[in-house]
Design a protein around this ligand. Sequence first.
Ligand SMILES: [Zn+2]
Ligand SMILES: [Zn+2]
Length: 349
Amino acid sequence: MIAGLRGKPPQKRWFTAQTGDLRLRGWPGVWSGGSGRVWGGWGTAGGAWDRGGVPTAPIADPSPDLAPAQLPADGHVHSQFSYDTNTGDMVATCARAVELGLPVVAFTEHSDLTPFTFYAHEREHLYEPLRSLVPEGGGVVQAPPLDVQGYLASIERCRDQFPQLRILTGVELGEPHRFPTECADLVKAGGFERVLGSLHSLEARGGFAEVSALVHEDDPLGVVRAYLAELAELAGSTADFDVLAHVDFPVRYLPERAKPFSFEAVEAEYRVVLEALAGSGRALEVNTRLPLPSMIVRWWHESGGRAVTFGSDAHAPWRLANGFREAMAMVEAAGFRPARQAHEPWGRG
Ligand SMILES: [Zn+2]
Ligand SMILES: [Zn+2]
């Protein structure tokens, strides 16, 4: 099962659950619990180092030259409630979703509890508003907490304004395995419908440092390997999240000297991550910030992985559902099939 189904069961399962070890909660006979989190929001209608990406020209359409099959949910989107973007805009993102014919969007705002250490010279590589969080001389940055109440109020306004769009609440937990209690409390308080688990930092510099900075030090491939080792810990942890986000995160930031990056070179490490994730019952996110190599989704299938979600990781409205058509074709070719309903993850074919 896919972790995190916690609400009213749909009429039909995405796949046949074979064991009781699945983590999807709220499904009779398969999952226990039922705190209200669901994939679909049953109660609702309908080179830089920043995580938001380089602000280049907008991409007009995520799928101009491919057949108009139903787009899946964009399950990883940021708005003005994420501290690392000044281009996030929940209303404009919803309007963009309607324009694209995207049926479901999940606003998964950041909650990062890990304090990150930046060196002074790294400030210039950061985009605002991240840069202004870093002291002039470098130092430790503690991300501001998510404004849960303000966020939920904004979600409700958007649900009223865009009744044709299914809007899911969500959160992107940074390193939830390091802060299991705090993260579980936040998830409970927010009642989030989609919870992503992410790894953005590694132990370094006497504390923790952002992967986007570490890959610019001496050994980028070593950082990737260290990332995957900790990602396996996260994937197999009991932290309260449903979907493992952006498993190719360090590759976004690699310096030119480390390119082209060979995913084959770290196949063994990826397989450990994916087997831990499959054992946890969680879903794998196909993050479209970069095209995810098809081999990773194939390895996921071979590991027994049961579900895939799609996420643009948009930090601006125009990035919504970017690259989805290509990703859908790739995921289908790897052995997964479209969900019956757009808010559901894709299951095994
Ligand atoms: Zn992230
Ligand atoms: Zn994100």
